[in-house]
Design a protein around this ligand. Structure first.
Ligand code: AMP
Ligand code: ZN
Ligand code: FE
Ligand code: FE
Length: 278
């Protein structure tokens, strides 16, 4: 059976309703599934009944946007509660922060001569945690670009002209918040930090000292070389090697349970939660 500790629902920028995601994962042989939407846990209670019906163990999770000077940093959190505190109490504020940032990106697009209406973006998100994919979809609907990929390549990708860095928490704040909420903090996709190996190593060491429990090692897009490099970092700093598919939608390259070769080991979630308590 497969374990997957990184997936998205339509409560952020994924396609599947939470319950549908759980049922879909079950058909793919996943028996432990973490729901890790961007800056929201709204999908977790909605997924819980499907977990009971299908026998999939649903792990309450989140993917927090972290403020960094360049690139993107995401911090995963895993919990035993559906509504961990104090995190849950802060999530409404996070939604506002995401909305402010999305508005800045829409303003930049308008300044760049690529007009897109704010209402158009917000309505397209249908109440989900707003993000760049929703802006990209609005650009496609307005006919400015042929597809999402072009929207990121031309305007929204990290460092592109309409990109605005996340206004989220600082990394130490994020790790502390996850821990104080009884959870395990995991560094997501270390390859997107924009750090070369010489700089990534001490950075991960610093996060480990701040209370990080794990780092994503088992991801389907990792080359053997990346897998080895991140596994070495995990070992060096006493972090649990974690991972997942980062599945978003039917057109995503990887689907629930695709966690690379070798796949995510069983009991990873238990090791993470034990590390968080220790
Ligand atoms: P945000 O949280 O607003 O920064 O958006 C992050 C999401 O945008 C990621 O989870 C991906 O789904 C998507 N994304 C980021 N970079 C790209 C890219 N270059 N091409 C397509 N999608 C991307
Ligand atoms: Zn996403
Ligand atoms: Fe991410
Ligand atoms: Fe993700």
């Amino acid at each position: 059976m497969a374990h997957d500790l990184h997936t998205h629902t339509n409560r952020s920028d994924g396609e599947n309703a939470p319950g549908d995601l759980v049922m879909y994962a079950a058909t793919r042989g996943v028996d432990v599934l973490a729901i890790t939407d961007h800056d929201t846990m709204a999908g977790v209670p909605a997924a819980d009944p499907a977990g009971k019906v299908s026998g999939v163990r649903v792990i309450p999770g989140i993917e927090l946007s972290i403020r960094v000077p360049h690139g993107s940093m995401h911090l995963l959190g895993y919990f035993s509660d559906l509504a961990p505190q104090p995190l849950t109490g802060l999530l409404a504020g996070f939604a506002e922060t995401r909305e402010e940032r999305a508005r800045e990106m829409v303003d930049r697009l308008n300044d760049l001569g690529v007009p897109v209406g704010w209402d158009e973006v917000r309505d397209g998100a249908a109440g989900a945690a707003l993000g760049r994919p929703h802006i990209a979809d609005a650009l496609v609907r307005a006919g400015h670009v042929p597809d999402r990929r072009a929207a990121f390549d031309l305007y929204l990708g990290d460092g592109r002209p309409a990109y605005v860095a996340s206004h989220g928490l600082e990394v130490d704040e994020g790790i502390t918040l996850v821990r104080e909420s009884g959870g395990a903090a995991v560094l997501a996709h270390p390859g997107t930090l924009g750090l070369d190996r010489a700089h990534l190593d001490p950075f991960v060491g610093r996060l480990a000292r701040a209370g990080l429990a794990g780092i994503e090692v088992h991801r389907p897009e990792h080359s053997p070389d990346q897998f080895a490099a991140y596994a070495t970092l995990a070992q060096r700093y006493g972090l649990v090697p974690s991972g997942g598919s980062d599945y978003h939608r039917s057109t995503s390259p990887y689907h629930p349970g695709d966690t690379g070769d070798p796949p995510l080991p069983g009991h990873t979630i238990d090791r993470l939660m034990a590390a968080a308590l220790g």
